[in-house]
Ligand binder design. Structure first.
Ligand code: ADP
Length: 472
C-alpha cells in the first residue's frame, strides 16, 4: 500500500510534543512492514531542514481567498528517517523557526493543506490512504469529499488520528473563502458551534477516526472541549489504538545522548552513573530518590500544581528526596518553579525550556517520573520512562490508565485517581518507601525495562485499519 501521513510535526524535523514522535516513528515501522510510506510536513526553518539535503520535486500555486502563494515540495534525498519525507515550503507562511503560535496559524495550516491536495492532484500521485493527524490537517477529508475541484480524490480513504482533542483549530466563517468552492449544502460538514472547526470536520468526514489510546476514546465522549456529542454520534467509526515508541531512538543501550549507556543486565549500575552525572549538573544528592517531571507546563499536564506539590514534598521530607523539573509553558508556573530553587537548592532544580538531550538524560538518571495529568491522550513520557527503568507515578487517565498498573494491583507503577496536591504527595510517600526497599525497587526496575511498547507491534494494527478501508 502507499500511505501518506500529513502532519504539522515530525521528529526530528519539527517537534513540539508527542505528535512529532508518533509521526517520526509509525511511518518508519510501516515501511519496514513493506508499505510505501510518505510523510508530508510544512517546510519550517528548522535545524533539520537546514542541515539535510533536499531535492525540489514540484512547484505550484495555491489560492487562499484573494491571496496567491507559490509553494515548492522538497523531498529529503536519502530517506534517512526510514520513510520518504516531503516538506511543503510556502516561504511567506512557513519560513519561520516555530511550529505554532503565530497569529496567522489559520492561514498557514489552511494553505499547507490546500498545497498538499494541489500537489497530489497536479502530479496525479494518488495514494491508497491519506492519514491526517490532529486539526492542522483536519480540513483535508472535507475538501476531498466535498470540493468539486478535488472530486477525483473522493474515493481515497482518509483516516484521522486525534492526538489531542483540546485543540481544534476553530476559525470564523468570514474565512470560508480560504477554502475551495463547495456547495452551501455541504457547509454543515465544516461547522461546529457556529465556527469552522477543522477537528470536528475531520471527525465527520474522515472514513475512520483513531485516538491514541482506548481509554482516551472513552473519555472523549464525556470531555472533549465541546465535541462530546459529535464523538458519541461518530463512535461506530472510532477506534482507540495505543501509541508505540520508537525503540531504536529510545533505547538506553544505544542512546548516544546518554553519558553511560546501559541495558537490563547492568541497569542498576548504569542508571546510578547517569543519576550521578545529572545530580552533579543540577546540584542534587545522588544518594536520595530522584523525582522528575518532563513536559509542557500547562494545566492539562497538572503543571499548575507542581510548585505546591514540590514544596510540600520537600518540606515533608527534608534532605530526603530530589526533584528535577524540565519544561516550558505557562509563565506563571515557570516562575513558581524557578522560585523554588532559592529555597530548596541541593534537593531541587529546574530547567525551563525545551531540551531533547536533557530529556533523554533525565529518563536515564531518574528514579521516578511524575505525570499528574488532568488529560493524557496517550502520553509517551511514561513509555520512555519504563524503557529506561524509571518508575512512573501517574494519574489514572487516558493512556496513563492503559499503560501503568499500580504495584498494589500486581503492577509496576504508582497510580492515583486525582490531579491533586494531596494525591501526588501520597504517591511520593509510597515511592520513598519503595525506594528504601531496595530488593523490590530493583526487581520492578527490571520488570518495567522488559515491557514492549515498540511500534513493531502496534504498526500492524494500523495496517489492518488501512486494509479494511482500502477494501471498502
Ligand atoms: P504532549 O504531546 O501532550 O506534549 P506526550 O507525552 O505525548 O505529550 O509527548 C511529549 C514528548 O515531548 C516526549 O517526547 C517528551 O520527552 C517531550 N518533551 C516535552 N517537553 C519537553 C522539554 N521541555 N524538553 C524536551 N523534551 C520535552
Amino acid at each position: 500500500m502507499e500511505i501518506v501521513h500529513i502532519s504539522a510535526e515530525c521528529y526530528p524535523v519539527a517537534k513540539v510534543g508527542g505528535l512529532a514522535d508518533v509521526v517520526g516513528a509509525l511511518p518508519k515501522y510501516l515501511t519496514k512492514l513493506g508499505h510505501l510510506t510518505k510523510v508530508v510536513v510544512p517546510g519550517y526553518d528548522t535545524k533539520f531542514s537546514r542541515e539535510n539535503e533536499f531535492v525540489s520535486v514540484h512547484q505550484g500555486l495555491l489560492k487562499l481567498g484573494w491571496f496567491q502563494f507559490s509553494y515548492t515540495v522538497f523531498k529529503e534525498k536519502t530517506n534517512k528517517l526510514g520513510f520518504e519525507l516531503y516538506l511543503i515550503a510556502i516561504p511567506e507562511l512557513f519560513d519561520r523557526p516555530n511550529v505554532y503560535s503565530y497569529e496567522d496559524d489559520t492561514e498557514r495550516f489552511t494553505a499547507f493543506q490546500v498545497a498538499f491536495l494541489n500537489w497530489i492532484t497536479e502530479t496525479n500521485q494518488i495514494p491508497d490512504i491519506i492519514h491526517c493527524h490532529d486539526h492542522h490537517t483536519g480540513l483535508i477529508p472535507f475538501m476531498m469529499s466535498h470540493a468539486p475541484i478535488y472530486q477525483h480524490l473522493n474515493r481515497v480513504p482518509t483516516l484521522l488520528t486525534i492526538h489531542n482533542g483540546q485543540y481544534q483549530g476553530w476559525f470564523g466563517f468570514d474565512k470560508l473563502h480560504y477554502l475551495p468552492k463547495v456547495s452551501s449544502s455541504r457547509l454543515g460538514f465544516l461547522e461546529w458551534n457556529g465556527m469552522i472547526n477543522p477537528l470536528a470536520s475531520a471527525i465527520k468526514c474522515a472514513w475512520k477516526v483513531t485516538t491514541v489510546s482506548p481509554s482516551y476514546l472513552d473519555e472523549l465522549s464525556e470531555k472533549a472541549n465541546g465535541l462530546e456529542n459529535l464523538l458519541r454520534f461518530e463512535r461506530p467509526k472510532c477506534l482507540g489504538i495505543l501509541n508505540g515508541i520508537d525503540s531504536e531512538v529510545w533505547n538506553p543501550d544505544t542512546d548516544e545522548m546518554l553519558e553511560n549507556k546501559y541495558s537490563i543486565k547492568n541497569a542498576k549500575v548504569g542508571k546510578a552513573k547517569n543519576k550521578k552525572f545529572l545530580c552533579e549538573q543540577f546540584n542534587l544528592d545522588p544518594s536520595k530518590p530522584l523525582f522528575t517531571f518532563i513536559g509542557r507546563l500547562v494545566d492539562e499536564k497538572g503543571a499548575d500544581l507542581l510548585p505546591e506539590i514540590c514544596s510540600i514534598a520537600l518540606n515533608r521530607n527534608p534532605n530526603e528526596i530530589n526533584i528535577l523539573i524540565l519544561g516550558s509553558g505557562d509563565p506563571y508556573v515557570e516562575h513558581g518553579l524557578t522560585q523554588l530553587t532559592h529555597f530548596y537548592g541541593g534537593n531541587y532544580n529546574t530547567y525551563i525550556g525545551y531540551n531533547e538531550n536533557l530529556a533523554h538524560k533525565i529518563y536515564a538518571g531518574a528514579d521516578y517520573l511524575l505525570m499528574p495529568s488532568r488529560v493524557e491522550p496517550c502520553g509517551l513520557n511514561q513509555l520512555y520512562a519504563l524503557r529506561y527503568g524509571t518508575i512512573p507515578i501517574v494519574r489514572r487517565t487516558g493512556g496513563l490508565k492503559d499503560t501503568v498498573l499500580d504495584i498494589g494491583d500486581g503492577g509496576f507503577g504508582i497510580c492515583h485517581d486525582h490531579t491533586s496536591v494531596y494525591d501526588v504527595n501520597h504517591s511520593i510517600t509510597r515511592a520513598i518507601d519503595l525506594f528504601n526497599d531496595t530488593k523490590q525497587f530493583d526487581s520492578i526496575r527490571k520488570t518495567i525495562m522488559q515491557i514492549d511498547h515498540s511500534w513493531d507491534k502496534v504498526a500492524q494494527e494500523y495496517v489492518e485499519v488501512y486494509q479494511s478501508l482500502k477494501n471498502n
